[in-house]
Design a protein around this ligand. Structure first.
Ligand SMILES: C[S@@+](CC[C@H](N)C(=O)[O-])C[C@H]1O[C@@H](n2cnc3c(N)ncnc32)[C@H](O)[C@@H]1O
Length: 249
């Protein structure tokens, strides 16, 4: 493989694809699609739909299973490193099977630069193998952009910074000095366990997608409604992706 595009595809709405992404897809020979698990298969279906809708030349779809994280490894960082290693190994194997003069593409959810390790893993593939492909990244619409657009709100208050964090980090405490905090990757409903005083929440599940769900209000008043809605949606779909902005009022 001579070149690899890492294409940001937005957050599950095929119309999030940029013209730049569509042009890149139409120079691609092999598209690598991750599969496995209920969430992954729903996401694989969206990626396949994107290819069918936008590519007007012959291409090959190569599906690959994403290895599960080894939950037996106690340390979180080590667990993630170990998991990235497994993915790097399957990338290296897949890429080495592609024809030498082929252009490949990985379709990355949202934007490849935000809470996504594809670029880190590709760096490791390059350092530990003799695969020498060129890399080009095409930016995509992030879940943050999908969230703020859905509520028609600005991300920041005037002249102030924004903190982007995870449920795991928020559980350890409110970020120092922050007035706007975006929380991603929160499988534990962390918003429900923090002090809600003076906090307003903008919560979105499946942001930008057909099944988008939006709830906003003072955290103390809406947190139970969010949790019940989240549980029901997760049961219905078999998976959920949600994001929220907490703003101090
Ligand atoms: C691994 S990160 C990927 C982020 C992605 N690269 C981006 O640019 O948005 C996955 C997290 O993004 C958020 N997310 C992604 N897509 C979403 C969507 N359609 N609706 C709500 N949250 C979403 C969720 O917080 C989810 O846990």
């Amino acid at each position: 493989m001579k070149k690899l595009f890492v294409i940001g595809i937005g957050t599950g709405n095929p119309e999030h694809l940029s013209m730049q992404a569509i042009a890149a897809l139409n120079t691609t020979d092999v598209i690598f699609i991750p599969t496995k698990g209920e969430e992954k298969s729903a996401l694989a279906a969206i990626r396949t739909t994107i290819c069918e809708r936008y590519i007007s030349r012959p291409y090959e779809l190569v599906e690959y299973p994403i290895s599960a994280r080894n939950e037996a490894i106690g340390d979180y960082t080590q667990r993630v490193f170990d998991w990235h290693d497994l993915i790097a190994t399957s990338y290296a194997e897949m890429f080495s099977k592609a024809p030498e003069d082929a252009t490949g593409a990985l379709l990355v959810w949202g934007d490849p630069g935000l809470y996504d390790s594809t670029l880190r893993i590709l760096e490791s593939v390059k350092t530990r193998t003799d695969l020498a492909f060129d890399l080009e990244v095409i930016p995509g619409i992030t879940a943050i952009a999908a969230l703020t657009a859905a509520f028609a709100i600005p991300l920041n208050t005037i002249g102030n910074p924004v903190t982007i964090t995870t449920g795991r980090k928020l559980a350890a405490g409110w970020p120092d000095g922050a007035d706007s905090v975006v929380v991603m990757l929160d499988g534990n409903k962390t918003y429900a366990g923090i002090d809600p005083e003076n906090l307003h929440i903008y919560w979105a599940a499946y942001a930008g997608m057909g099944d988008q769900i939006l709830i906003e209000g003072p955290l103390a008043e809406v947190r139970d409604q969010i949790s019940a809605t989240r549980d029901a949606a997760r049961a219905r779909h078999g998976w959920i992706m949600d994001i929220y902005l907490l703003r101090q009022s």
